[in-house]
Design a protein. Structure first.
Length: 148
């Protein structure tokens, strides 16, 4: 049999329970500030003009809370720190990585479960090409909409 152990919750994927039996992700585009789309390329994440032709703007949303680029589902949207203004990246998914667990909130923000910080377009300036973690303030640079 399998042994169940009780641990302190660090929001690691290995501690997650699936709220569904469906393990297939939902694939979508995520729209943010100024109607620009979240995009991943070469480990970096930023917002760019939306285009249905751009595969790098397609995201796979998994029931375990991971957000993965559709182009390579072995990688995850990742915060490797829980400090404000940490730049969010694309890194290999890991079962012990609490920085890869996200929640879409009713207020339009995307919350990192471990840090309690939300995705934010740095300084509301898409030309900086940086998505960071930041405390919730609710301005438009923290609002995201997955297109279902």
């Amino acid at each position: 049999g399998t042994t169940l152990t009780v641990q302190t919750n660090i929001y690691a994927v290995s501690q997650g329970w699936l709220p569904t039996n469906n393990t297939q992700p939902f694939v979508t585009t995520i729209v943010g500030l100024y109607g620009l789309c979240l995009q991943a390329n070469s480990g970096q994440v930023w917002i760019e003009d939306c285009s249905s032709e751009k595969a790098e703007q397609q995201w796979a949303l998994y029931a375990d809370g991971s957000i993965r680029p559709q182009q390579n589902r072995d990688n995850c949207l990742t915060s490797d720190s829980n400090i404000r203004e940490t730049v969010v990246k694309i890194l290999s998914c890991g079962p012990a990585s609490s920085g890869q667990r996200w929640m879409f909130k009713n207020d339009g923000t995307i919350l990192n479960l471990y840090s309690g910080l939300v995705l934010d377009v740095r300084a509301s300036d898409p030309s900086l090409k940086q998505i960071i973690l930041y405390p919730l303030h609710g301005d438009p640079n923290q609002i995201w909409l997955p297109l279902f």
